[in-house]
Design a protein around this ligand. Sequence first.
Ligand SMILES: [Zn+2]
Length: 398
Amino acid sequence: MQLFSTLSRTRETFTVPTDRPVTLYVCGVTPYDTTHMGHARTFIVFDVLVRYLQWQGATVRYCQNVTDVDDPLFERARRDGVQWDELAERQIRQLRADCADLNILPPTFFPRVSEEVGTMIPIIERLIELGHAYVVDGNVYFSIQTDPDFGRMARMGYSELLAIANQRGNNPHDPNKRDPLDFVLWQRGNPDEPKWESPWGLGRPGWHIECSAMSQRYLGEQIDIHGGGADLIFPHHSCEIAQSESATGKRPFARFWMHVGLVWLDGEKMSKSLGNLVFARDALREHHPDAIRWYLLSEHYREDFDYRRDALVRFEQYAADLRQALSVTGGSHSPLDVSRGREDVIAAMNDDLDTPTVLAVLHTMAGMIIDGAKEGRDVSSAQAVVRDLALMLGFTLR
Ligand SMILES: [Zn+2]
């Protein structure tokens, strides 16, 4: 199977291992404002990948984290006058329910930062011991100067990297830092935030260390595939690479890096600040989960996606055609052969998960079955093939 890796910027062959599980780590949510269509798209794309690997006989160990210790969560809890952990708990329940309703298989491991701080501390200690991190006044920073390849996946110059980091939570004016791009591994935090004991005093982890720690704990020091939204390439995933490879001495931390394009709404970037988030639960109230899945997979996962509410009607029809094709009764002569379509589906899946092509072929096959049944042809074996492929893609067919 060919997959595009953001690290090498090329397609590479991913050979599905037969003697061990595939290890997959996908960065999850900060539990507030879940589950919007950006989340839904990312998790559906990786759900299709997991299902396709399983369909080929592989076992998948899939870890998806929950960032329940994070500035935006604390800010929202303050604004709404609720406890941060109550807000997180409620939003995690919502995420689980939304994913179940979207027929997304639950990950094998679903750890939360608040329960994994003990996993992070030894890695931070190791980075200090090896000279990759330094302690100032109860805070610990990763020193990017000790990693000559820092930011290699982003392929940008220093000033561009700094500008992006500053937009995404970096404080370049922190007087404790040796370099404005050095990032926090441990911080003392604000008085009204949760704190844990550590060798550097009471505090909490920085944003990036959690994913290095949880992937190592649940999947091992090196993993097959690491995924997430394209907005995580820098700084988050670049910092993960620096921490993990510096701590373990093993390269690469992840063999494949897969990034899902961002979701827009009617031509505008979907964002909290613009207040134009579309939530999965609202879409699910009006639309069949198969129509939503079909729609979100109708563009290639690496492309940005412009979500248009009125577009879903067309995908309702496609999903209905599929159900109809699987319920019609044909005759008994000239059995319909769809093996060519099946081959085309597999070829497209192997071509960096080309789901737009896969779905176009599936729709054609559904049409052939409906027509074949009208002509009295035997469509039973064709239906079995299409049902198998549709389930592999995660359609409920209900
Ligand atoms: Zn992460």
